[in-house]
Design a protein around this ligand. Sequence first.
Ligand code: SAM
Length: 421
Amino acid sequence: MDETAPIRDFEKLLRETIGLSMETVGASVIRHALKRRMTACAISDLHAYWAFVTSDTAERQELVDAVIVPETWFFRDREAFGAMIRHLRENRAGNRPLKLLSLPCSTGEEPYSIAMALLDASFPNGSFQIDAVDVSSRNLVHAERAIYGKNSFRGADIAFRDRYFEAAEGGFRPHDSVRRHVRFRLGNVLAAATPIGQEAYDVAFCRNLLIYFDRETQGAALIRLRQMLADDGLLLVGPAESGLPVLCGFASVRFPRAFAFVKAAAARVKPAEPPVARKPRPAPVKAAPLPQAPKPTPRPFAQKATPTPPSAPPPDRAAASLAGIERAADAGRLTEVSAAAERHIAEFGPSPDAFYWLGLAHDAADAVEDAMRNYRKALYLAPDHQRALAQLRLLQQRQGDHGAAKALADRLDRLAKRSGT
Ligand SMILES: C[S@@+](CC[C@H](N)C(=O)[O-])C[C@H]1O[C@@H](n2cnc3c(N)ncnc32)[C@H](O)[C@@H]1O
């Protein structure tokens, strides 16, 4: 059976539905998701599954759930939360409740972190509302259930867990005082009909989503975010996305390592500089111990760049397989690396390390396009994969794409600073 044509149809479907870019993600991610869904539906023929998925909305949602990357944790890139607090203190006018958006919110760690940061900074109960939106219904079920295991608490500084969580079966649950501020909705950043609040948002978190889109879709998403944001609102994106908003009518706010932006028109009215340099404000009622963290305190992202996703395969065999690939690479047996990495992906599903090794094998064989594609797939699954970032940067430099190489070098610098290396 020729599977190429239907796979392309699935790629197109996913691009049109959630904006997923195949150049970034790669067909193997889709193949793996299809395999899982077809097994679950007891369908063995790709054409039959295509007929099913295009006629059944619930199954289309299941396929989306199978293909997305839910990776997230509490206070991920913590500086963003400090920037949010500073921005709100500087710009808040009147007493109306603040409106914040977390899109995509994945399994809820980001919006609950926003709530905890605001409570820590003495924003009173009820003075803010957070809309948390994601395209994955499975993630939202997890978010509403709100039971979190250790994968959601990363890094050394997890004192917030003692203040805001209670032990529950299977993990920890945020207190009601945190949960009541967050309203979860199913929604798609690309769909005009996304049922998000009518009022403009004071702050919008849109982190670690744009990286999965192609340029055109990134632009469409940023235009939507501009529309949803108040004129003096703050947009926060992920570290790997920090070059994008300025291409779409935003101006950078120079909060260190927060990747924060305002609408360009607002920046012209009020020059974007560290708010402390502007009008002095009275200190908050209580010190805000958590979100600003300017000192070199331990950070949640200090660990290795390729955390294991919750649905990862049994770590022993998968890890042994990756260790074998690494040994072959160290010994320069590149044909073996390539074959073993392909086998690894077929057996255990897409893995950032396996894509990295595949990229390296292609790189060594001067297959530049294939090498780049595989490095990008590694970065799709693990945006902070340092070795993939470093190799892709070298490759882009060799190709004479100095702008792209510089952007990757900046990403690597930021990673090094964050992890204190
Ligand atoms: C890597 S998580 C990022 C979560 C969180 N913002 C963070 O930075 O930790 C990416 C999330 O984007 C969601 N997603 C993918 N495409 C989307 C779309 N078109 N609209 C809304 N959410 C989407 C996925 O379901 C997934 O939960």
